[in-house]
Structure formats: structure tokens, C-alpha cells
Design a protein around this ligand. Structure first.
Ligand code: ADP
Ligand code: MG
Length: 702
């Protein structure tokens, strides 16, 4: 059989499919051909030899298999039947089986005095165990079906189910298809890589994932497919990186001059930590190498990334070029501008701020100074990437992001100039290594893994409404000692009326509980005008106000060292990385700081784990790992757009080791054969072009 022919055969030619089901498979599950169907992997397996007893069941269980009899079939809903139920018993108890669809057909085919095997997820309704839309098989027929005892369970949709393409239906198709897979299916990985990593052939893996004879074969098949998936992502990233470093010359930053040296000697507000020095050296070497730098700077909240960015900008200034810093929000841009401007006082460096709310006249002046080269550092928001913003000679772009800048936005920044500037991306919160390798796999990485000295670890407590009075008492005590307090309300969606109502009533309550003149409460939220926000921030910064009620607008960047208490209301509604970010607003001064997580009494398992994790650790990397574990990468802000997260089988939370292996295999390959011209690597090229065709604008930065 010709290469590719088998896998690209339209799925309607499979026995049991036909035009109607083919259309459904394509529309509902994105399956157009044999290859697509083979890559619709089971999401779990059920051990066919294992039967549960009804008496063992509870509604926390995943899918289970039971054996028993059906009695008392009841149709509900009068003339038009809307629901069918049946009682299922196995001698240890009863369970209600429920159908909302395909009712007539099921009603006619159920036979009351036969043994059935049912399969589904147990649930509870009105205090009674039930199972909605279970899969049913006559026990006698089940026994005839020889085959592996591990049966794949497939995800499907309601529309597919209605046409018999439930998990069982898909299983049946897979059985037919797997039997047809040619013995010599062309592999996507060269033999050398398979041998080096002990991987099954592609054919064996595809067969094994659908019909594993046993656990160990299943795990080999899974391993091979995960490896392959991660390997190609890494190969792509590393090839992009290598191509870029060939094609782009970096703007030369050969020397360290007066700007840097004078600042370092006379204006540096503190001694750098060892980690800051190390990272600075990495960046200096990179920018001095003659190549264009693309570097990710990771560091926990408060680890001191800003000063590192500033020193890098000064290096670039020393070589006659300009630099800019782009922040994800207006508040953060202002904050950066203020702290940089303060540090740059009396250094002769000219710095400007450009945001959406910069006035027209000021903007004109700024833009003209920039083009003339009068302005050396520009801080701003998205406004920086507008076409009107032209630098005389931009040498370094620093992006302080919370995964908020998309690929295209970064790419646009680059196009501002013929020659490409160096790029330093700073993450606002740590991200797990696997995610960093995947999202930023085409960048080099520097990590600040040390906090400035003298920080007292923040103490985190979890409290509920029942503790409200004592929490208020605690706030009064701390304010009595001269400290300041943040109280944060969730405002997940700016348009959510409820959230605003909560914020406003919370604010009013706090004003009552903490009356003037002793207490002065200010408020900041996203719907305020930027002058109003500024005013409130200013009041808090100067200590005029000692309680700031806010939404997550204060999440990033706000720096008030005297604020030592962070109260987070409805903390269960926040994700871990957000909680960690918020907590990072305190613990910046010399005093002991506290973070209080207020939640309702009843919490789900995940929320409980989030609170526990926050109370247990201050380590942002650890928190990021738990976050990834709980939510998966797709739910972590900003990753959706990246395109690398439609992983079919590998998991960035669980498969770190395979990812490391796949990355090092890809790195070795790119080093030896960057253009993949060796005959043995032709298969890789084919697969890569296939991927390119599949999504033409994958390329992150080009
Ligand atoms: P982040 O990495 O979260 O952006 P920042 O750059 O805002 O952190 O730094 C947090 C705080 O720590 C700032 O107040 C900064 O002035 C201070 N800081 C940074 N580096 C040091 C250092 N080496 N020694 C003492 N304080 C430092
Ligand atoms: Mg910062």
C-alpha cells in the first residue's frame, strides 16, 4: 500500500460508517479520515473483567461496569415521552437507569429477564443512585466478544451518541479499523530516535493504544505517542530558534559604558542578589554575542526583575540605542514608569510614558522626541505597538507580561525597525518548567531563583465568615501599629453586575467598620477613570489612606512596602496564580506580612487544595505546578492562544520527564542536522510540513 494512502482514506469507506455518519464524525469530532480516527485516542480504559457491585457505588466514582437485571421500565412525560427510566438490580442493591434520548428504540430493545452488562458513570438524583445514558450489552453477547480485557473509552458528543456513535459504537469502529492497519505503516520518527529512546513503532503504538493486550503494552504505546507529540512541538520550536539565529543579526551591544557604570556605582538603591547578578551576566553575554537575543526572564513575585530590566536597558543606551518596556495594563505601565523614573533621577537618562490615555499634545511631543532619539527609554502599554510609534534606533524591547501579549503583538513590535531589537520577556508569575518549555521553547531562559535579603516570609491564613470579627480585630491591631491593608474583591468579569454589587456593598461595610478619622478607606477598580485611580493609589502610597479596597487591578506591579496585610475576599473564586500574585503585593517591607484568604464554609476539593497550597508555601514555582495539575494548561491565562496546547495525549502536568527527553532528542537533532537534509530525517520534514499546513500561523515570532 502506498504511503499515506491508508491513513488518508476518507472515513466513510470504513465498514459501519457510510456518508451520514462520516459527516457527523467530521463535524462533531473533526474526524475525516482513517488517520484522524486512529488518533482519536481513548481517554481512559475500563477493565472488562472487573465488575462493581451496586452496593459499592457512590457518585464520586468514574465510569464503572456492572452486571445485573432490568425491571420496571417506566416512560415519563405523558403523550410525548421525555424520559425513560428502568430499575437495575444486581442482588446487592438497585440503581435507576435514565435516558432522555433515543427513548423509543431503547424501550423496545430492553428485555426484562436477561442479564445485562451496563457501563456508565454513577450519579445521584433525589437522593437515589442513578446512571444517565448508560451503555448496555447483553451479558451473553459480551462473553462471546473475545478481545482484550482493557477496553478503550472514547469521548464523543450527544449528536454522535444519538446515531449510535457512543463510546461503544466508536469502539466497534476502532476494532474494524485497527484490524486493517498495514503491517508496514510508515513511521514518523527515524529509527535512530526510536532505538535511542526505546519507542514502539508507530504502527504498534496506534494498535496498542486502542486495543492493548495488557497494561504494560498500553503504557509502551502511550509513551511512544506522548513522546512523538512532544517531540514535534519541540523540534518545531528549536528549528525556529535556530533559523532565527542564522537569519537575524543582533544589534551590537559590545560595551558597557557610562550610563551603566555610573548608575551601578552611584544610583543602585541596593546590592544585587547573586541571582540578579548571574542573570545580568547571561543577558550581557547574549546581547554581546552578535546574535539577536530572545530571552525569557523568570522570577517569582518580588524577586527583583525590574532592576535587571533597567540595567539591561542602560547597557543598550551605552551603545547608542533606545529601549522600551511594555506592560500589560495601564496601572502597571504607570507603576513601572514611576519607579524607573525615580531610580533614573539625576542620571541624565530621558524616560517617557505612553499609554492609551496620554493626551494628544503630549503624545505628539513624545513621539517626535522618540524619533529624534531625544527620548531614550519609553514605557507603555499596547500603545507602544501602534504604527505611529517610531524609534530612532531601538536596541531592546522588554515585555513585562502576564501571558497577555499574543504572538502577533510581539511580532509587530519587531517590525518597527529593519534590524530586529533584542527581546527580553519577563513573566509576571513563575510558570512550570514544562509549560515554559512549550510556550517559550524558542527562547533562552534566565531564572532569578533568590529573593532579596531580609524578606520575612508572608504568613497565610485561611478564614471563613465565622471568623469575620476576629479578622477585623486583627486589621485594627495592625493599622494601630502603622501598617496598611489591602482588601481585594473578585471581579472576574468586568461586566458582571453581581461582582460590582459585592464590591460596592463590601466597600460600604468596610467604611462602617473602619470609620474616620482613624481609618481612611480608598477604592480602586477597573471602571474608574484613570485620574480617579491615580488619586486613590496616590492616597494609599502616601499613607493618607490606610485601607485600600480593590479588585484585581492591583494584582500586578503595585508596590507599597508599608502595606503588610492582604485580605482576599471570596478567595475560592480566584485561581492559584492569581492568589499568589495578589499575595505578592505584601511582604515588601521589613515588617511581618500576612495574607488572609476569606472563603465560604463549604468548599469543593479543588478550592480546598488551592487554599491549602497557599497556606503551605510561598514558592511561586511550586504553586504554579499545583495550578497546572489542578487546571491543566488550557485554563491558565493566556495559554489558549498559543496553539501548542491542543495536546491529544501528553500532559504538561504529568509528563515532564517525557518532555525533557523529547526536547533533548530534538535539540540533538537540530544541532546535527538543522535543515533536516539527511535522508533518515526526511520523515521528520514531512511531518513538520504537515503540521505547518495544519495551522499556517503557528510560528510564534518571525
Ligand atoms: P518583580 O520581580 O516582582 O517585578 P520588583 O522588581 O518589583 O519585583 O522588585 C520587588 C521589590 O524588591 C522592589 O521594591 C525592589 O526595589 C526590591 N528589590 C529588588 N531587588 C532587590 C535587592 N537586590 N535588594 C533589595 N531589594 C530589592
Ligand atoms: Mg514586576
Amino acid at each position: 500500500m502506498q504511503r499515506g494512502e491508508f491513513l488518508s482514506t476518507p472515513v466513510e469507506y470504513l465498514k459501519g460508517v457510510g456518508p451520514q455518519r462520516a459527516e457527523l464524525l467530521r463535524k462533531e469530532l473533526g474526524i475525516a479520515n482513517f488517520g484522524d480516527l486512529l488518533h482519536h485516542f481513548p481517554f481512559r480504559y475500563i477493565d472488562r473483567s472487573k465488575f462493581y457491585r451496586i452496593s459499592e457505588l457512590n457518585d464520586d466514582m468514574p465510569y464503572v461496569q456492572l452486571k445485573g437485571r432490568i425491571s420496571k421500565i417506566t416512560a415519563h412525560g405523558g403523550k410525548r415521552i421525555t424520559r425513560l427510566s428502568a430499575t437495575f438490580s444486581d442482588g446487592t442493591g438497585h440503581l435507576e437507569l435514565v435516558w432522555f434520548q433515543g427513548i423509543r428504540w431503547i424501550k423496545d430493545s430492553l428485555k426484562p429477564d436477561l442479564d445485562y452488562v451496563v457501563f456508565g458513570k454513577p450519579g445521584v438524583f433525589n437522593g437515589r443512585l442513578n446512571m444517565v445514558h448508560p451503555e448496555l450489552e447483553e451479558a451473553a453477547r459480551m462473553e462471546q466478544l473475545s478481545g482484550p480485557s482493557l477496553a478503550g473509552i472514547y469521548s464523543t458528543t450527544e449528536k454522535c451518541k444519538a446515531k449510535g456513535l457512543d463510546s461503544k459504537g466508536l469502539q466497534k469502529l476502532m476494532r474494524t479499523l485497527v484490524a486493517m492497519v498495514p503491517q508496514h505503516l510508515r513511521d514518523t520518527l527515524p529509527d535512530s530516535i526510536r532505538a535511542a529512546h526505546g519507542l514502539l513503532s508507530r504502527r504498534d503504538a496506534l494498535v496498542g493504544i486502542h486495543q492493548p493486550p495488557d497494561e504494560s503494552r498500553l503504557s509502551l504505546a502511550t509513551h511512544r505517542l506522548k513522546f512523538e507529540e512532544l517531540f514535534f512541538i519541540q523540534l518545531r520550536l528549536l528549528r525556529a530558534k535556530s533559523e532565527r539565529s542564522e537569519a537575524l543579526r543582533g544589534k551590537p551591544v559590545p560595551k558597557i559604558g557610562d550610563f551603566f557604570n555610573r548608575f551601578y556605582e552611584h544610583h543602585l538603591p541596593f546590592a544585587l542578589t547573586g541571582a540578579q547578578k548571574r542573570v545580568l551576566k547571561e543577558i550581557r553575554l547574549d546581547m554581546g554575542s552578535g546574535k539577536q537575543m530572545n530571552r525569557l526572564l523568570q522570577g517569582d513575585v518580588g524577586s527583583g526583575k525590574t532592576i535587571v530590566a533597567l540595567l539591561c536597558m542602560l547597557m543598550v543606551l551605552d551603545n547608542g540605542m533606545q529601549a522600551c518596556l511594555m506592560a500589560p495594563t495601564e496601572i502597571l505601565a504607570q507603576q513601572h514608569f514611576q519607579s524607573l523614573a525615580a531610580m533614573l533621577e539625576n542620571t541624565g537618562v530621558r524616560i517617557g510614558l505612553l499609554t492609551g490615555s496620554t493626551r494628544a499634545a503630549q503624545r505628539r511631543q513624545l513621539l517626535s522626541d522618540l524619533e529624534q532619539g531625544e527620548l531614550q527609554i519609553l514605557v507603555g502599554t499596547h500603545a507602544l505597538i501602534e504604527d505611529r510609534v517610531r524609534f530612532k534606533n531601538i536596541g531592546l524591547v522588554v515585555i513585562d507580561e502576564q501571558h497577555r501579549f499574543g504572538v502577533e503583538q510581539r511580532a509587530r513590535l519587531w517590525k518597527k525597525d529593519e534590524d530586529v531589537p533584542h527581546v527580553l520577556v519577563m513573566t509576571a508569575t513563575p510558570i512550570p518548567r514544562t509549560l515554559a518549555m512549550t510556550l517559550y521553547g524558542d527562547l533562552d531562559t534566565s531564572v532569578i531563583d533568590e529573593l532579596p535579603p531580609g524578606r520575612k516570609p508572608i504568613r497565610t491564613l485561611h478564614k471563613t465568615e465565622a471568623n469575620r470579627l476576629s479578622v477585623n480585630g486583627f486589621i485594627r491591631d495592625e493599622i494601630g501599629k502603622g501598617r496598611q491593608v489591602y482588601i481585594v474583591y473578585p471581579l472576574i468579569d468586568e461586566s458582571e453586575k453581581m461582582d460590582y454589587a459585592n464590591l460596592v456593598s463590601g466597600f460600604e461595610g468596610i467604611c462602617r467598620d473602619f470609620p474616620p478619622p482613624q481609618y481612611r478607606v480608598c477604592i480602586v477598580h477597573g471602571k474608574m477613570k484613570s485620574e480617579e485611580k491615580d488619586l486613590a493609589m496616590q492616597m494609599f502610597k502616601s499613607g493618607t489612606s490606610n485601607i485600600m479596597v480593590a479588585t484585581t487591578v492591583i494584582e500586578v506591579g503595585v508596590n507599597v512596602p508599608n502595606a503588610s496585610i492582604m485580605i482576599i475576599e471570596s478567595a475560592e473564586r480566584f485561581g492559584l496564580s492569581q492568589l499568589h500574585q495578589l499575595r505578592g503585593r505584601v511582604g515588601r517591607g521589613a515588617e511581618q506580612s500576612y495574607c488572609v484568604l476569606m472563603t465560604g464554609e463549604k468548599l469543593g476539593n479543588d478550592a480546598r487544595k488551592r487554599m491549602r497550597t497557599m497556606c503551605e508555601t510561598n514558592d511561586g514555582f511550586r504553586i504554579a505546578e499545583v495550578d497546572l495539575e489542578l487546571r491543566g494548561p488550557g485554563d491558565i491565562t493566556g495559554t489558549q492562544q498559543s496553539g501548542v496546547l491542543d495536546l491529544r495525549i501528553a500532559s504538561l502536568a504529568r509528563d515532564q520527564q517525557i518532555l525533557e527527553e523529547a526536547r533533548s532528542a530534538a535539540a540533538k537533532l537540530v544541532e546535527l542536522d538543522p535543515k533536516l537534509i539527511q535522508p533518515a530525517n526526511a520523515v521528520l520534514m514531512e511531518r513538520l510540513s504537515e503540521m505547518d499546513r495544519a495551522d499556517a500561523n503557528y510560528s510564534r515570532i518571525s
